[in-house]
Every structure is written in structure tokens, then in C-alpha cells.
Design a protein around this ligand. Structure first.
Ligand code: BV8
Length: 257
């Protein structure tokens, strides 16, 4: 009798092999093996004493713009230096093996696109996008300095209206972008398989996606070394890290990352 994780891997590989549409829904755990801390670990140094749910808000930015902007400029610098690990390559391999794959990510690090994934929906925006706080005037990412150390960084002023420049991410209390939500929810309701990778399933409304897929009859695979709020909705759970399980899945399907 194969150990349970191999059964899960085999069942997941078989379900993927039959799937017309696969949604790969990823959270911060997907980037962990590329050296990017998960959201709950993302507050280091001077920010260590803050709670992410406090820092990632418009209120925090208005109250302490240099502290919040410095955190995002630092995270962007860390992310730019990161290299997508084998789990990202495995998702790109899935895109070659299967008829239709859509990546729906909560992450703002851009690593899926950098790895070569062609269809990526960013539910929470991107560290590489900036706009002004009041009018939403776009601001060129390359004009934002890359800090040499973790520290406060005063946001630039919008050249058009003078408002402070903010990161193009979705903060807590902000609505998710309409187009991305429509794409993600439509695919979740239509997919044969949803691969849920590296998310605690705590942040709404993204956390509802595995439930949408399961309720629509999809085969839901969770890839996470730890139990999460997604686990109860999973058809099978592959208890392991993204960088190990995803390549193993593709290998079981006879593909190679
Ligand atoms: C909204 C961008 C509505 C910014 C992010 C009560 C009060 C107030 C608000 C709420 C409330 N209840 C619900 C809400 C809404 C709130 C929310 O969900 N709060 C939570 C905390 C309860 N949501 C919102 O505010 C959303 N907007 O609801 O608007 C509205 C309606 C009308 C009008 C106005 C508003 C907006 C949510 C988006 C927030 N922005 N990111 C930034 O990055 O700075 S969220 C951010 O945190 C991430 O993007 C991600 O989504 C989330 C972190 O979650 P995970 O990705 O799951 O990461 P986490 O660290 O939790 O878990 C990592 C997992 O990986 C773990 O399970 C671990 O085991 C696993 N792992 C570790 N290593 C590996 C691994 N897995 C695989 N391999 C490994 N190697």
C-alpha cells in the first residue's frame, strides 16, 4: 500500500491528466522556496513589531507614509532578486501538458510571469505597479528607488497632482480589481481541477475560491506542508512544499518541468 502522500499525488496526477481546465491558485507559500517570506513573516527589521494586516492598509500609509512605503520598496527589492524555484517551472510545464491552465495568485511578487506562466491573474495587485494616492495617476516603477537597507522611505509626489505615490497592491479594506475577480471566479466555477498551493486560506475573498471550485464539482488538490483553512475543501491533500510536490506531480504525469 503506497504511503498516503503518494496516493494523493497519484490521484492528483490522474485528475490533472483528464482536466480540460486547471486553475492553479497560489498564496505566499508558493514563493517561500524562492526566499520570499510568507505574508505573515514579511515584517522584518524595523517593521517586525507591526502586524501585516495593519501595515497593508491605506490608514497605515496615511499615518506613516515613509514607514509603509519603505516596507514596499524593500519587499520589491527582495522580490526583484528572487529566482522562481522548480515549483514555478512545474506550473509552466503543466501549461504545456494540458489544454488550459489559469494561474490565480494572491501574491504581488510577479514570480509566475517571470517563470514563464502566460495566463496569470493577480488578485492583489503587484509590487511593480505604483499610482498616486488621490487620483490614481500611474507612476513609473523604475522611478521608485531600490533601498539599500530596510528603512523608511518617503514616497515620491505625483508629478501630476502632488499626491503621495502608493504601491499598486490591494490593501486590507480595499476591493479587489473587478476584471481579475470576474476571471478568477468564472474559472473556479468551470475548472475540472483546482491546485491550491501555499495559502493559509485566511484572507477573503480570495480564500473563497477553493470552495467555489469544490461546490461546482472540481477536484481540489491542496499543496501545503501544513494544514490550512483550505484543507477541509480539498479532495486530496499533498502535504509538502510547492518546490517538491509540484515537480513530483508533473513527473507522475509523465511530463518534465
Ligand atoms: C475586502 C496585498 C471588502 C498587500 C493582501 C474583518 C475586518 C476587516 C476586514 C475583514 C474582516 N473579515 C474579512 C475581511 C476582509 C479582509 C480579510 O480577509 N481579512 C482577514 C485577515 C480576515 N479582506 C480584505 O480586506 C480584502 N478586501 O474584503 O474588501 C470591501 C468591500 C466593500 C468595500 C470595501 C472593501 C482585501 C484583501 C487583500 C489584502 N492584501 N496583499 C501586500 O501584499 O502587502 S493580502 C496578503 O495576505 C497576501 O496577498 C495574501 O492574500 C494574504 C496572506 O495569505 P497567504 O498568501 O495565504 O499567506 P500566509 O502567510 O497566510 O500563508 C502561507 C501559507 O503557505 C501557509 O499555509 C503555509 O503553511 C504555506 N507554506 C509555507 N511554506 C510553503 C507553503 N506552502 C507550500 N510550499 C511551501 N514551501
Amino acid at each position: 500500500m503506497a504511503p498516503p502522500e503518494l496516493d494523493a499525488l497519484g490521484a492528483a496526477a490522474r485528475a490533472l491528466g483528464r482536466a480540460d481546465l486547471v486553475v492553479v491558485a497560489t498564496g505566499a507559500g508558493m514563493s517561500r522556496e524562492s526566499g520570499i517570506p510568507t505574508f505573515r513573516e514579511a515584517l522584518t527589521g524595523l517593521w517586525a513589531r507591526f502586524d501585516p494586516e495593519e501595515m497593508a492598509t491605506e490608514q497605515a500609509f496615511r499615518r506613516a507614509p515613509a514607514r509603509v512605503f519603505g516596507w514596499y520598496a524593500w519587499r520589491r527589492m527582495v522580490v526583484r532578486a528572487a529566482v522562481p524555484h522548480a515549483g514555478y517551472d512545474a506550473i509552466v510545464a503543466l501549461e504545456r501538458l494540458l489544454p488550459e491552465v489559469l494561474v490565480v495568485t494572491q501574491n504581488v511578487d510577479g514570480l509566475h510571469a517571470r517563470a514563464g506562466s502566460r495566463r496569470v491573474v493577480e488578485l492583489h495587485g503587484s509590487l511593480e505597479r505604483f499610482r498616486c494616492l488621490d487620483a490614481g495617476h500611474p507612476y513609473p516603477a523604475d522611478a521608485v528607488p531600490e533601498p539599500a537597507t530596510e528603512g523608511e522611505l518617503a514616497p515620491p509626489a505625483c508629478p501630476r497632482c502632488g499626491a503621495p505615490i502608493r504601491p499598486g497592491v490591494v490593501w486590507f479594506g480595499e476591493v479587489l480589481p473587478e476584471r481579475e475577480v470576474a476571471l478568477a471566479w468564472e474559472a473556479a466555477a468551470r475548472c475540472a481541477v483546482m491546485l491550491v498551493v501555499g495559502t493559509s486560506g485566511l484572507v477573503q475573498p480570495a480564500a473563497a475560491l477553493p470552495r467555489v471550485a469544490r461546490d461546482a464539482g472540481a477536484f481540489v488538490v491542496e499543496v501545503n506542508p501544513e494544514p490550512s483553512d483550505v484543507s477541509p475543501f480539498a479532495t486530496v491533500v499533498c502535504r509538502g512544499s510547492a518546490g517538491v510536490v509540484l515537480p513530483a506531480l508533473v513527473a507522475r504525469m509523465g511530463g518534465s518541468a
